[in-house]
Design a protein around this ligand. Structure first.
Ligand code: FEO
Length: 169
């Protein structure tokens, strides 16, 4: 059983993960409209990942004896000025997620919930990867400085990404 404080904080994070999913789905829509199918694919995989993060947290709250709740979310941004701006927005968003997960971990420590800390450990590791992958794409986009051929190559590369469901023990 986890404390109500933690249940509330986890419910808030479930909503934020779903909000993250919508942000990436909206980025997919932007890339579909701009004819970058590979980048659209990358964002769709990101959407699926975020939904799986929400699901993982939801399952944890239920299994830990808490009452999971769905909270309202704001409309995601639907337009970007360039692929670079979209990926920079994605990275900035992931940095916010990282900070939120750190705050959750500190709350779990303060509440002495080892179960919550173990659950959050997975997310801390995941955030390192999330920031690194968005960061690397930004680096490549800056390297090509909007060059059309370079953009097509990056688009092809990002088209290879596939969704891998979270492994359950
Ligand atoms: Fe669920 Fe991208 O953090």
């Amino acid at each position: 059983m986890i404390s109500q404080n933690l249940v509330d904080a986890f419910n808030d994070q479930i909503a934020f993960e779903i909000h993250s999913a919508l942000i990436y789905k909206a980025m997919q829509a932007y890339f579909e409209a701009e004819d970058f199918p590979g980048m659209a694919n990358w964002m769709n995989v990101q959407f699926q990942e975020e939904m799986s993060h929400a699901e993982k947290l939801f399952n944890f709250v239920c299994e830990a004896g808490g009452r999971a709740k769905m909270l309202a979310m704001e409309e995601p941004r639907n337009q970007y000025s360039s692929p670079l701006e979209a990926f920079e927005t994605a990275l900035a968003h992931e940095q916010i997620v990282t900070a939120r997960i750190s705050n959750l971990m500190e709350l779990a420590q303060a509440e002495k919930s080892h179960a919550a800390q173990i659950e959050l450990q997975w997310f801390i590791t995941e955030q390192v990867e999330e920031e690194a992958s968005a960061g690397l794409i930004i680096k490549k986009l800056k390297m090509i400085e909007g060059d059309g051929r370079g953009l097509l190559l990056i688009d092809q590369e990002l088209g290879q990404r596939v969704f891998t469901p979270i492994a359950t023990a």
